[in-house]
Design a protein around this ligand. Structure first.
Ligand code: NAD
Length: 252
């Protein structure tokens, strides 16, 4: 798929990986719509070509309303990139007892159900696109994590949510094959974003050492570059790309 003039949603686009993706898509000539629960960030405020919608991805009504607004403004929808997510840490059993069920539910609700909610309503519009020859009508890219495969201590909820995201791609790609819609997943390793910024200096230093090569945290631009590749490479479907510089997470 050629990005120029396509219409795109980026969830979680106020920050980190989603923000870099919104910038890349906008630079490539797409009409970009950011869905985020937080108020329009300063960085996004400077991007005059991007439309911001305050949306909680778990809320069906919010997502429907925002997608309807996109169709009114841009007449179609081709690209859906799901970056919205949270990464709480809690052991299933620790000093303060057993993990709260609410924390587990909230993590699944935002990371997995929120992703599914947005993509299913996006698909409803993508199927209406005209597919000339064997061109894509649409593409969906979801964000898992290498924690889906190597969840660390304290990551039971996060790993379960991301494992669900990683498992979605194949059945969705099969369901949507007749509609010329592709579904892919990126599983990032350790990336330098506001999600990481809250970490203690010592923990951050040890994380920086984990990638084999290049020996650095991933940059949001590395993620956006992979999104571009996945959109443009029509033969890649139902794939989960580890974007991690050969990082393999230990237990802690
Ligand atoms: N940073 C990393 O190292 C890393 C590694 C692996 C996976 N990931 C995943 O990548 C994605 C992006 O992470 P990031 O590092 O850019 O984080 P980030 O915190 O910078 O950005 C996440 C964005 O999601 C938004 N968001 C949260 N809940 C939402 C909701 N209910 N509705 C709408 N928006 C919501 C936040 O407001 C924020 O703008 C997440 O899914 C995360 O789990 C990140």
């Amino acid at each position: 798929m050629n990005i120029q003039n396509k219409v795109a949603i980026v969830t979680g686009g106020c920050s980190g990986l989603g923000l870099a993706t919104a910038i890349m898509l906008s630079e490539q000539g797409a009409h970009v719509h950011v869905f985020d629960i937080q108020e329009k960030s300063e960085a996004l405020e400077r991007l005059h070509t991007v439309t911001y919608h305050q949306v909680d991805v778990t809320n069906e009504e919010h997502v429907r309303k925002a997608i309807d607004a996109i169709i009114i403004a841009d007449k179609a929808l081709h690209i859906c990139i799901n970056c919205a997510g949270i990464a709480p840490a809690a052991k299933v059993y620790g000093k303060s007892g057993v993990m709260s069920l609410d924390l587990f539910k909230k993590t699944i609700e935002i990371n997995l159900i929120g992703t599914f909610n947005v993509l299913r309503l996006a698909i409803e519009k993508m199927v209406l696109n005209e597919a000339i020859d064997s061109q894509d009508k649409g593409i969906i890219i979801n964000t898992a994590s290498i924690a889906a495969f190597e969840g660390q201590i304290g990551q039971a909820a996060y790993a379960a949510s991301k494992g669900g995201v990683a498992s979605l791609a194949l059945p969705l790609a099969r369901d949507l094959a007749r509609e010329n819609i592709r579904v892919n997943t990126i599983a990032p390793g350790l990336f330098e974003t506001p999600m990481m910024a809250g970490m203690p200096e010592k923990a951050l230093k040890s994380l920086q050492n984990m990638p084999e090569y290049p020996k650095r945290l991933g940059l949001p631009e590395d993620y956006a570059f992979t999104v571009k590749y996945l959109i443009e490479s029509t033969y890649v479907n139902a794939e989960c790309i580890r974007l991690d510089a050969a990082t393999r997470l230990p237990a802690k």
